[in-house]
Design a protein around this ligand. Sequence first.
Ligand code: GAR
Length: 213
Amino acid sequence: MRAVVLLSGRGSNMEALLRADLPVEFAAVISNQPDAEGLAVATSLGVAIAVVDHRQHDGREAFDTALAAEIDRHAPDLVILAGFMRVLTADFVRHYQGRMINIHPALLPAFPGLHTHARALAAGVRVHGCTVHFVTPEVDVGPIIVQAAVPVFQDDDEASLSARVLEQEHRIFPLAVRWYAEGRLDLRKDATVRVEGVAASASALISPPPDAG
Ligand code: GAR
């Protein structure tokens, strides 16, 4: 299976994917930001990089057309949005429907959009997390593949909470890509996803936890 990764910044999720020993050929890492840190990381791991700079294109449609041309040059089976911070046009998303996935730093459908950790803290939620989902035209909405939940501690700030969530992002994103590569994701007509061959586990995360005594 061939995959292309899109990013805009640091690239820690991309790095987690590249290091996860997946049955996937990473054909290219593409960024809309020429100075994205993730590009250097991809190069150091031996993966081809490309830049499609949104500032060099007149409007969303022109940018998305150029981006799709660059992606399709690599003929990927899967397009992976790993911290890609651009809103995509509906035509672009439809072109990759069912073969484009995204990671979002919140338990969707809670906290779509930006600044998820600050908003989770402000809302006082006791459980937060991250979501891998198929991409549909509406931003941060789309059939959910896998989620990881973490506790929110009473003394958390944005940095501590985002670090706890990111650690889980680095676990569930490779998991989702592996399931996709193994043909184990069944995207149903009702926009739900079934993962073939996973065991049920009923352990609950209670936050704050019950008293130990
Ligand atoms: C990640 O936390 C990812 O979930 C988030 O951007 C960060 C990128 O970090 N994505 C979004 O907010 C998309 N809506 P990374 O570049 O180190 O992977």
